[in-house]
Design a protein. Structure first.
Lengths: 517, 517
């Protein structure tokens, strides 16, 4: 009988008489107040060195950072400097994205501190250097959803996450704003960081603003945090926030925006309760303005808007035209403040936002997404990662995720930019597969993916200036000519993955022109 | 050189040309609206049978439930009925707690559907039956923090969690209230369920109230949910909520409450910014009232209150006497409504609240906790689990967790209840070890644990009616006499664990009186 065997049950074999509770060992109790405890028993450390020491970070491990501070980020460079000084080598850097401000990484790669990079995008000098073959091992590019999925399923195993936060209490409740003041650093949503905090083996929050426990509401919870490092500064507000949102005066962008709003209106999804996502580019922001007029005129309200959020969306929300906002990153101060003050404007994790393995993923609920493109080709494949010279200068972001999730995905781009065509035979780099792209809106006409016979039927008798993607390509070519084809070496510098981790394209090293000439 | 080996890298061996994105396989896209998607692509199922089928629940697995609906819960019994019908056997039931309403479990144990139970507490007929030896394998009792810790570290591996929710969208964003109305089912915080949702292999939300996506703010996120089952009813509001909070008129309780407020005032932690937790018992609620007067008089405000929350705490918060509330379970309608409407009243998970393995755990930040007791002994050990007849009739709850975490833990109990002494030589069952108990307040005097020399020193010259725990025991004995000692068989029916999973007591089967006589 099992009951008689209780003395032999593995965990519950006998009364634990050796437990400190039943021996003379002192159970520590006194009347320290919470404030005193914060001082003596908190997770707070006062140097990055200490935190790295305690995290047991070793050569060969994987570290992560978020990019909510964008080009105002101080955290990554500061932490990397300390890691480099400690002689730790051969790290994998799994950042949510990397920007121009992160160019000091070049030295860390050269010195062997970092040997692998995984990111959504690369910009600036680092991007140039990577394009020219900085790393032996190609950079792995993932979408925001793909990265979250990889973290969840173990493809990315983060050993130590270093997460900057504009406010944090002594035990790790962190957020992208401060309840105590509106000045200083504010980034709004900590969406990308949330996923890292949940899955990393060791989580270190860096903050310049220690606030009283409990810092609620919080974006990152103390239960996920190991250490809190108080530093003097985590970022530059000017770099973090793109500043006041201004509407474009560019006539091409205004034309594209007006057409896009028309397309949305006639696409079949423009009904009361619809949902959409749009980026922070000029055409996107202007589209919101034209869409607003249509919503007011037809008395149509959106149930929700999601993704990266701007002040333009916030204003629509405050006007009552959008019920709820799901925010994975706040692009400007208006968005960050709204997240702080409005309980129907909520932050969501990257995983919640865009992971491909869950039918509830937020992007799957989108009716319309408006996306930009560096290039789109006649198969509707989109490139947002490499420039016309073949070098890396962009980010996948949520491009793949939203194109796949939304009922109608709309690519907005001018037919040409300067002397460069945006509609081409074949994109340099496939980032978002044509099968998930539905409509391309340019200043010279609108093309609908032939796979979407339903949409073609719907627009048959509309006033939209419909054309084919081949016509758009021809027109672009006639305007600017076929670009000089890019010469590459056989060295792979980047691997473009799809949301599920499969490889959908490779980026090769661009041949150095000077070398050839 | 690693770059040349790219074709042999395990995950990134080659362009995935077989990927559906690059073959003729159709990528499904059309202009279904979100509302249509909710119908066709959601996680919603319309029968518990279906959900169990899809969860792949099999004999021998572990299932979990929360007890936020208390004695109004319909979920557990409904689900168990279906499981039993399907012929699934030998399950471990790992509930956050079990109440009188769950007496149908007796039959499921008798029929072999359930062979193991883990819970914070047992009440009613089920408790009686367990006390009399219903199960072959002893019930494992864990505190709320101990359970969360066990779930996190894998001691409890939940295969399928069945979580009732007063509102849920089609993709699994669930909450303890509805944004659309205040009527019907409302339970406030989903604190215990949050931990289950995060760690269970399969998560099924049961709701009677499907709401539009996105149901934000949410207590449980879609990213953690596998299926949503729409059922007619999940609970009885009258059983879920204990009703309007009434102040006690019991003179013993009022005396204890007044004394407790005095003790807090003089304990050294009663300073501006202090924190506390108190339960929903008569003496606790009355203590809040006396404490309020002292706070107003001395202009002292609490930074936060946490734990199970009542309308009494909400009122103090609304008066400005408490800044923030961390809510693991809402005891009444006032608390649930405040959680819904007030963003400084936030729900927290059981893990956040009380897990023993994280210095940030909320209970560790408490200055004062007020706890009840069935018995306390001369070693300050407390029993809240077994009655004076030796049978099970209570729950560990957060008792161990808060006693260990708070700077000052105060046990409130009348010296005697009817003909039964509350202060005894040795408690029937050790639930909270004396080393973590600081002060015992009775209607006949206050005893301070000799380990707390700091508190004894502080109260030396106070007006508090101080005595020793031995004197209290003697007085109790002189009033009601020594109770008849309980006779037990040698069968273990319950294992009492401490927060860290170690065993601190065993509960034996009570000898049936009729059998003996």
């Amino acid at each position: 009988m099992i009951n008689n065997d209780i003395k032999n049950l593995p965990k519950f074999g006998k009364l634990d008489v050796e437990h400190p509770l039943f021996t003379n060992e002192r159970v520590y109790k006194d009347i320290k107040s919470c404030k005193e405890r914060e001082e003596f028993e908190s997770k707070v450390l006062f140097s990055i060195e200490d935190a790295i020491e305690k995290s047991q970070l070793k050569s060969g491990m994987t570290i992560s950072f978020h990019h909510h501070f964008r080009d105002g980020d101080f955290v990554l460079n500061k932490v990397m400097e300390v890691i480099a000084k400690k002689g730790i080598k051969d790290l994998t850097l799994a950042a949510s994205s990397l920007l121009s401000v992160h160019s000091p990484l070049i030295e860390h790669v050269k010195n062997g501190v970092i040997t692998r990079i995984e990111t959504s995008g690369l910009r600036g000098e680092l991007a140039e250097a990577v394009s020219k073959g900085l790393l032996d091992i190609p950079v792995v590019f993932r979408s925001h959803g793909g990265r979250a999925y990889a973290i969840k399923n173990g493809d990315i195993k983060i050993d130590v996450a270093f997460l900057g936060a504009p406010s944090c209490d002594s035990f790790g409740n962190a957020n992208g704003y401060s309840r105590d003041h509106d000045n200083g650093i504010i980034c709004g949503s900590l969406g990308y960081a949330k996923t890292d905090a949940q899955y990393a083996s060791c989580v270190i929050v860096l903050t310049d603003n220690l606030v009283p426990f409990p810092n609620v509401p919080a974006g990152i919870f103390q239960s996920d945090v190991d250490y809190v490092v108080k530093v003097d500064a985590i970022g530059d507000p000017n770099g973090i926030m793109s500043g006041a949102t201004r509407f474009t005066k560019n006539p091409k962008e205004l034309l594209i925006a007006e057409t896009t709003a028309e397309v949305i209106e006639q696409s079949g999804v423009f009904k009361d309760g619809f949902s959409f996502q749009m980026g922070s580019g000029g055409a996107s922001l202007a589209t919101a303005r034209f869409l607003r007029e249509k919503m007011l005129k037809k008395n149509i309200k959106a149930d929700f808007v999601l993704g990266g959020i701007t002040g333009v969306i916030v204003k629509l929300h405050e006007e009552g035209l959008i019920k709820k906002i799901l925010d994975v990153q706040s692009f400007d101060l208006e968005a960050a403040k709204s997240l702080k003050n409005n309980r129907f404007h909520q932050q969501m994790s990257a995983y919640y936002y865009a992971s491909p393995n869950n039918p509830g993923t937020a992007v799957n609920q989108l009716d319309v997404v408006i996306l930009s493109a560096l290039e789109v080709d006649v198969d509707y494949n989109v490139n947002v990662l490499t420039g016309s010279d073949g070098s890396i200068r962009g980010a996948i972001g949520g491009h793949q995720d939203t194109a796949a999730g939304a009922s109608v995905s709309i690519i907005v781009c001018p037919l040409t930019r300067g002397r460069i065509a945006s509609v081409v035979d074949k994109v340099n780099t496939i980032v978002t597969p044509g099968k998930t792209v539905d409509i391309v809106v340019t200043d010279q006409g609108v093309a609908i993916n032939p796979l979407r016979t339903d949409l073609i039927e719907r627009f048959k008798n509309s006033n939209i200036n419909l054309t084919t993607i081949e016509n758009l390509r021809d027109k672009a070519m006639s305007l600017v000519g076929r670009g000089k084809s890019i010469e590459y070496t056989d060295k792979v510098v980047g691997i473009v993955t799809y949301r599920d981790g499969s490889v959908i394209d490779l980026i090769y090293q661009v041949k150095d022109q000077d070398e050839d000439d």
